[in-house]
Design a protein around this ligand. Structure first.
Ligand code: FAD
Length: 294
């Protein structure tokens, strides 16, 4: 059994297939299988297996012509985010678009986006539904938008190492997308995991609690390995503790991140989620994603 520390990093990969592969492989802890050309096959498999939530980690934001904005406003596509503050803008993720694209009757109002996406990501689309009806412009430099436009349309992807108790709280934030290390697919008795479980010590564990906690972790590991002799990881996982180390990738708009910080950096929040979220919030401040800590 190994004790590890909580940590986080931003995933800044901005190539579509590669980012989706990077986020999706966290579920299987198969990052070692990433090669120069593995991304496309991985994304195809994700689509075939109906593991569509992984596609939510890649977002687009477009500047629109005014008539197009009004047409989109009228049809109100699920998971498309529209705003018209200084200029008409829309953002959506790959999954939101594919859900519409794969319908038997494709909403013709979306053919301009289909044209752009089919042209730039031909491997993802098996039909020709696009047509360049309106001019759209992909936004890559969010610093040119106002603070409130950035909050709504700029998405940030953070990969966190924390424990299962913390991630259980984190995934309650519904306006975000998640991919998490799976205790169904990962077998911690394998060499890849050094034949041991990894755990995270509660930040407020008193010194006198340490031997009790350590013994409980060792017992859990022992029972898990014994169960693996007679059953599968997805059954054996039932004895793994809340302190089990896990990795989770979270993609959310800055607006949703701010709400997460408000709730999880508060003194009422659990100390372990507060500890890691305070660090993520500091990082957002340093990167200019947020301007102040409220
Ligand atoms: C200190 C603390 C203690 C907690 N204790 C418990 C507990 O004991 N038990 C428990 O079950 N949970 C508990 N929670 C979790 C809490 O109830 C929320 O599930 C979690 O904080 C997510 O917050 P949210 O729903 O406001 O935000 P999100 O899910 O991030 O949603 C963002 C916003 O979108 C809107 N929204 C999203 N979905 C809907 C919807 N379906 N309908 C209407 N509006 C929606 C709301 O305005 C919401 O504020 C606790 C959370 C905290 C911070």
């Amino acid at each position: 059994m190994k004790i590890v520390s909580p940590s986080f990093k931003e995933i800044t990969e901005n190539r579509l297939y590669q980012k989706i592969e990077m986020c999706g492989r966290v579920c299987y802890k198969s990052e070692d299988k990433i090669t120069e050309d593995s991304a496309y096959q991985f994304v195809k498999k994700i689509c075939l297996n109906n593991h569509g939530s992984v596609l939510e980690h890649y977002n687009f934001c477009f500047r629109l012509e005014e008539p197009y904005y009004h047409i989109l406003k009228e049809i109100d596509v699920p998971f498309f985010h529209l705003s018209y503050e200084s200029e008409p803008l829309v953002s959506f993720n790959v999954r939101a678009f594919l859900t519409q694209y794969q319908k038997d009757v494709f909403p013709s109002e979306l053919k301009t986006f289909a044209y752009f996406l089919e042209k730039n990501y031909p491997l993802l689309f098996d039909k020709k539904r696009g047509e360049e009806e309106f001019k759209i412009e992909l936004i890559t430099d969010f610093s040119l938008l106002s603070a409130s436009e950035r909050e709504m349309h700029q998405y940030v992807t953070i990969s966190l190492i924390t424990d299962r108790g913390v991630t259980h709280e984190l995934v309650r934030h519904r306006l975000a997308s998640y991919s998490q290390e799976s205790t169904r697919y990962c077998n911690y008795s394998k060499d890849k995991f050094n034949n041991e479980i990894s755990v995270i010590k509660p930040i407020t564990l008193p010194d006198e609690g340490l031997p009790i906690w350590t013994k409980a972790m060792e017992n859990a590991e022992k029972s898990y390995f014994e169960l693996l002799n007679v059953t599968t990881p997805q059954v054996a996982r039932s004895v793994l503790p809340n302190s089990l180390k896990t990795e989770i990738v979270v993609t959310a708009s800055i607006q949703e991140w701010k709400l997460i910080f408000e709730l999880r950096c508060s003194e009422r929040a659990h100390p372990d989620i507060r500890f890691i979220m305070n660090q993520v919030r500091e990082y957002f401040l340093k990167k200019g994603y947020i301007n102040e800590i409220i």
